[in-house]
Design a protein around this ligand. Structure first.
Ligand SMILES: Cc1cc2nc3c(=O)[nH]c(=O)nc-3n(C[C@H](O)[C@H](O)[C@H](O)COP(=O)(O)O)c2cc1C
Length: 324
């Protein structure tokens, strides 16, 4: 129904991508998204080892014969994961689409390109997007201030970021952050994007492999219920507002340092939220767009409703507003 430079590039039916999501982006979700005609993405670093990632990719290949991708989040770290080995696992598994995020993917490009992989780099500013274009990525996913996870430090919302990206980039790009319905998809296309990337919306679907309580909490929350954590450390993360995230914000605002919150923000605690359904057990990620999420559909229902609503916005609403 929609053909864009991005759908052509990665060989999908609908211009919709499920972005990488730590603990959430497993084979169940990625395959459901790809089977619905959009692009599902497995989160590489959710798997504890490169071997486990290869097994997860194989599991996803069993569940879909449609294209899907793998997210490789490149973050500065004292003990970085073995990125080269994760990259090798992706290449050897035959995956043809990679979503990179975090640092510039330059170091990974020669091997990905030699393997015929399309690289979609996710970033939060036009200058980073242009740098990624320069090092040869095939497409960009540009994350506005609204987004779940790491919005960067510029605080530019999609309404300005997307047309700025459209004006500056030559390669295809998709808009990310704040998208959950067909109005958003139509708006992103109108602003010059070739599709949308969504995290929170796909997290709140039947197939997302997380506890139902978390999905109910998203439905019950509004756009006001997120916190910008780690702002004073210039490593901002938008997360659900709960007892823990609010106390992390308070400690850091009062002059605390990372050591003071290390235990509160531990990854194992966040993982426990998704496994136990105790939404106050740790810090967990969600975006402002939860204010637009009112149900827990199947992935196929979500994709179908977004695409048909976008079509009706364009044909039935927008075109009829033109009177002369
Ligand atoms: C639970 C969750 C975990 C996420 N983890 C990652 C991650 O590990 N790597 C990454 O690049 N982006 C991550 N993201 C960001 C998403 O891929 C996407 O860019 C973002 O959700 C878009 O904003 P939206 O939630 O408003 O759609 C995560 C998002 C969520 C909701």
């Amino acid at each position: 129904m929609f053909s864009t430079r991005f759908t052509e590039l990665v060989g999908i039916e609908h211009p919709i991508v499920q972005g990488g999501m730590q603990w959430v982006g497993r084979a169940e979700l990625a395959s459901a998204v790809s089977n619905a005609g959009a692009l599902g993405i497995i989160t590489g670093l959710t798997q504890p080892t490169p071997e486990a990632l290869a097994a997860e990719i194989a599991r996803c290949q069993e569940m879909t014969d449609k294209p899907f991708g793998v997210n490789l989040t490149i973050l500065p770290s004292i003990n970085p994961p073995p990125y080269a080995e994760y990259r090798r696992a992706i290449i050897e598994s035959g995956v043809k689409i990679v979503e990179t995020a975090g640092a510039n993917p330059a170091d990974h490009m020669p091997e990905f390109k030699a393997a015929g992989i399309k690289v979609v780099h996710k970033c939060t500013s036009v200058r980073h997007a242009l740098r990624a274009e320069k090092v040869g990525v095939d497409a960009v996913s540009i994350d506005g201030f609204e987004c779940a996870g790491h919005p960067g430090e510029d605080d530019i919302p999609g309404l300005v970021l997307i047309p700025r990206a459209a004006d500056q980039l030559t390669i295809p790009f998709i808009a990310s952050g704040g998208f959950a319905d067909g109005r958003g998809l139509a708006a992103a296309l109108a602003l010059g994007a070739d599709g949308v990337n969504m995290g929170s919306r796909f997290m709140c679907t039947q197939e997302a492999p997380i506890h139902h309580n978390v999905k109910e909490a998203i439905v019950a929350s509004s756009e006001l219920d997120t916190e910008l954590m780690f702002r004073p450390l210039r490593n901002t993360a938008r997360v659900s507002s709960n007892e823990i995230s609010r106390s992390v914000v308070e400690i850091l605002n009062d002059g605390g340092v990372f050591e003071d919150v290390r235990e509160l923000v531990a990854g194992v605690r966040g993982r426990k939220v998704y496994e136990s359904g105790d939404v106050n057990a740790g810090v967990w990620t969600v975006g402002m767009v939860q204010g637009l999420i009112n149900d827990i559909p199947t992935v196929a229902e979500a994709v179908e409703s977004i695409v048909s609503e976008a079509k009706s916005v364009i044909i039935e609403r927008l075109s009829r507003l033109i009177v002369a």
